[in-house]
Design a protein around this ligand. Structure first.
Ligand SMILES: Nc1ncnc2c1ncn2[C@@H]1O[C@H](COP(=O)(O)OP(=O)(O)OP(=O)(O)O)[C@@H](O)[C@H]1O
Length: 266
């Protein structure tokens, strides 16, 4: 009963603000973009500049932890000035609620492109996109930061522009990992505060893109085969994926993977 009441209370205090409401007299909510583990995200019109921006609010039910994590996300994003990373404009408190205002990135996530638009990425196109993603990731790593949440919903494409969003889990190298005791091996490889975690995630990202062209035949479904047997891709690409996924001796840096990709793409 107590846990039911707690959940009902949290749902009530985390209820998103309505479209049309204006945050701190400046940011008019156009629509609610989504609720993450620690934040509520809105697309807003900045009435002062006339541009669209993203307002991220710490989830009230998460209390101080939600605020601390949003502060940390802001501190990290402010350190990362790059055309492929949303700019962090400002932050403030309103009615004891913390908000962060960032650049709104137009376009579609790779997840939407594959699952809603049915986009298909041929092997070379997938490698070219990974090469571009690695440029962004190398920039982040050079600033001693790891993203720790590189996934297809967090990469937005808009024509030639690629952007990496959602720095909610990002950490500085040397910081302790925020892993739960029951974290499985997959989570440990993705979330340990080390550059290889982002490279591991890029391996999965590449597999998602390559599977976008895959059509399984019924008899193949029966004999659940691994990606290396299922995907009709070159040996070079398989070797790159094996290193990213740490099956073979892993890349020690984004640059090491970039060098190899450049040879393959030349
Ligand atoms: N700067 C941005 N520009 C455009 N869309 C954004 C931006 N930041 C977030 N979004 C979109 O807003 C939605 C909510 O994002 P948010 O990062 O708050 O939560 P999440 O990714 O759903 O969850 P979590 O943070 O727990 O991974 C997502 O659909 C995301 O694509």
């Amino acid at each position: 009963m107590i846990s039911y009441l707690k959940r009902a209370y949290e749902a009530w205090i985390d209820y998103p603000r309505r479209e049309g409401e204006v945050i701190r007299g400046q940011y008019q909510i156009e629509h609610f973009l989504g609720m993450g583990s620690y934040g509520l995200t809105y697309l807003c019109l900045d009435k002062h500049s006339g541009r669209e921006v993203v307002a991220k609010q710490a989830k009230p039910s998460k209390g101080q932890l939600g605020q601390d994590l949003l502060h940390r996300e802001m501190a990290i994003m402010s350190q990362l000035e790059h055309p492929s990373i949303p700019k962090c404009y400002t932050s403030f408190e309103e009615s004891k609620r913390l908000y962060m205002i960032t650049e709104y990135i137009k376009g579609r996530t790779v997840e939407d492109l594959i699952f809603e638009r049915g986009a298909q990425f041929a092997e070379k196109d997938a490698l070219i996109l990974i090469r571009r993603l690695l440029d962004i990731v190398r920039f982040i790593h050079e600033r001693s930061i790891v993203h720790l949440d590189i996934r297809i919903p967090n990469v937005i494409l808009d024509g030639d522009r690629m952007s990496l969003i959602d720095f909610g889990l990002a950490a500085r190298l040397g910081e302790p990992a925020r892993l739960t005791l029951d974290a499985d091996e997959e989570l440990i490889r993705r979330r340990t505060v080390d550059v290889t975690s982002d490279l591991y995630a890029i391996g999965h990202f590449l597999l998602f893109m390559l599977y976008s062209t895959f059509e399984s035949k019924e008899e193949q479904e029966e004999a659940a085969r691994g990606w290396d047997e299922e995907l009709p891709i070159s040996t070079h690409t398989k070797l790159i994926i094996r290193k990213l996924l740490q099956i073979d001796s892993p890349y020690r840096s984004a640059q090491a993977c970039i060098d190899e990709l450049d040879t393959v793409l030349a």
